[in-house]
Design a protein around this ligand. Sequence first.
Ligand code: NIG
Length: 402
Amino acid sequence: MSDHGAPFGHTPDESPTTVVDRIGLLVTNDPAIGDGPLGIVRDAALVLQGERVVAVERAGAAGDRRVDVEGRCVLPGFVDSHTHLVFAGDRSDEFVARMAGAPYAAGGIRTTVDATRAATDEELRALTAHRQHEAWRAGITTLEIKSGYGLDVHHERRCLRVAEELSAQTTFLGAHVVPPEFDGRTDDYVELVCGEMLDAASPHARWIDAFCEVGAFDADQCRAVLAAGAARGLGGRLHANQLGHGPGVQLGVEMGCASVDHCTYLSDDDIDALASSTTVATFLPAADFSTRQPYPDARRALDAGVRAALATNCNPGSSYTTSMSFCIALAVRDLRMTIEEAVAAATVGGAAALRAPHVGTLRPGSNADLVVLDAPSYTHLVYRPGVPLVHRTWQGGRVVGA
Ligand code: NIG
């Protein structure tokens, strides 16, 4: 089996190899290596060297060091392509009110902006690092992290500087909502976002994002933000069609965004546009759960050939979770994905949404990012909802969560 990765099978790297051995069921996400779209290999071993996978072998493969996983299921580490991890404060009161019938209208974002601006650098760093550890324990090995709770030049840059200490996948979301000091002057705020704020943010960001929704920013304002980001070399992503139908999905496709996120409301034209593009539809079902929105019709999108990702959208307002397993379970039960589609969306789909070719797969050359489940199959992620099934998380060849 190692032949499948010949270019990486005989690396000149002399560092010791680690064999993750006696894997009962291995998901490689490479149909050239194993069965079906998930590229499943049974009774397998993964050979790691440094930060990379160097071979997929039969159980019992030789190596310098051996870790016996005793028949457990191993998957690529989850790729969480949408989080708002840098924030301070708590909005559980808002959640309680929502469960009693209040609607979600994103107005609470300003509450988090106040708390985030008031936090010290050390507090923000510690809060964000704590959430990253929580994500590792949940099997997430790649985290996209957005700003968006600073909303002025100083605090947006500050949030991105915290984010870039933890991830290379950082996103400038100055166009999250209009801060109170710009009430009634949305165009002036967009000018700030596209000018001075982008100057401060772009050295710390890989992506630019905007919230295209009634009450946030319209299509022309989002187009201006995405274009300004592109002119600085930032890739585009967009919050689109979360709270109702709108122009966001088609704008994201028009602007060549890597991903349009939420997609809770999808028209036939939205689906056609996505299906004939390279833009990934990222579904965030934990937000639909927490805001009592309807679930998106992912089945219709997938059947039309749309590429899908699943992400947690971890944030204090609409989705305070780091559990990708929960998102997978919702995606299967309520978005009507098959279990295999949901697992792919949470791994290689997230990698496509971040245009990150070395994550989301386990084949020679992939990052040595993996999740060992305390279960014989990934099916248990859905069959046993709410149970913490992650036994170990490896990132870059070392254990980061247990
Ligand atoms: O992706 N929709 C906009 N942004 C976040 C929610 C932020 C909040 O409510 O604090 C989201 O759901």
